[in-house]
Design a protein around this ligand. Structure first.
Ligand SMILES: O=C(O)CCC(=O)C(=O)O
Ligand SMILES: [Fe+2]
Length: 274
């Protein structure tokens, strides 16, 4: 085993394709109990902010709670697979949904319209305690991340078919594409719900950074082709089109396609007839 595989557990291509179609990947109960217990002592006091663009090593001292959280092999491997080595911190925050606070956050993306075709930010959301359906887990809409809406303009949408209301065991981490529509749900329980979020900015090209040994597995294309029940039929195709572009950027394979959607609209012969 190499040093890299001993300390990190990279995502595979099927998981990356899942991230590209869903806009998120969820790792259940990956944080050990001792660290979750420590989080419940540390997080209520908050984590002091750091300036935008601070490297991880500058943001969190060696041995600090957050550094040890990020060293959990499945977390380190997912961060490396999605944004690569040495990402910067965009911002972080401890999000608390207060007991019986009475309202939910409107559906939003943590971004204005972001049209980068070859880079994306990733948000880590860590839940140190178990989240029940009543406790105000994060709501998210799978497959919404490539739709290019502006921050909270989606706030008027309620109860989309296929939406995900997070219920999870302690120590669960969800990684979100920056464009995913989400929002903190209303907490109808008597317990505060904690979630620690870190947004990462990549500092390297996001290409083939994961365990690519299964790149040709047919489940990759199947995952990229996922349909979601809230999609309009035609716009659902546009989502697949966007995913093909994202997969091409991630792999460097400009021939990859799903049912010729991108190939067809890229065909612009330059040769004149003779
Ligand atoms: O608390 C949550 O579950 C989500 C928080 C969030 O999305 C935000 O504040 O931007
Ligand atoms: Fe948010």
């Amino acid at each position: 085993m190499t040093e890299k595989t001993r300390t990190e557990h990279l995502l595979n291509s099927v998981q990356m394709a899942h991230f590209v179609s869903h806009g998120a990947i969820r790792l259940d109960a990956v944080v050990p109990e001792e660290l979750n217990d420590e989080a419940m002592r540390v997080l209520p006091a908050g984590v002091p902010p750091v300036p935008y663009g601070t490297p991880v090593v500058g943001a969190y001292p060696e041995g600090s709670f957050v550094r040890r959280l990020l060293a959990v092999p499945r977390i380190a491997g997912a961060v490396r697979s999605l944004v690569g080595p040495g990402p910067n911190i965009d911002h972080h925050a401890v999000h608390v949904r207060g007991p019986r606070e009475g309202e939910a956050q409107p559906l939003h993306a943590d971004a204005i319209i972001d049209v980068r075709p070859d880079a994306f930010d990733v948000q880590l959301m860590y839940y140190p305690h178990a989240v029940t359906l009543e406790m105000g887990g994060t709501l998210s809409v799978p497959g919404s991340h490539l739709r290019r809406t502006n921050e909270s303009d989606t706030g008027r949408y309620q109860n989309l078919r296929g939406q995900d209301r997070l219920v999870c065991p302690a120590g669960t981490v969800v990684f979100l594409h920056h464009g995913l529509w989400h929002g903190g749900r209303r907490n109808d329980s008597d317990t505060p719900r904690y979630m620690f979020k870190i947004r990462f900015n990549p500092t390297v090209r996001q290409r083939l950074l994961w365990d690519t040994s299964d790149l040709t597995d047919p489940r990759v294309a199947a995952a990229l082709d996922t349909d979601f029940p809230w999609y309009e039929q035609a716009t659902g195709r546009l989502e697949r089109y966007q995913r093909v572009l994202m997969w091409r950027a991630l792999t460097g394979d400009d021939t990859f396609d799903l049912d010729h959607w991108v190939t067809r609209v890229s065909n612009r012969p330059q040769e004149a007839t003779t």
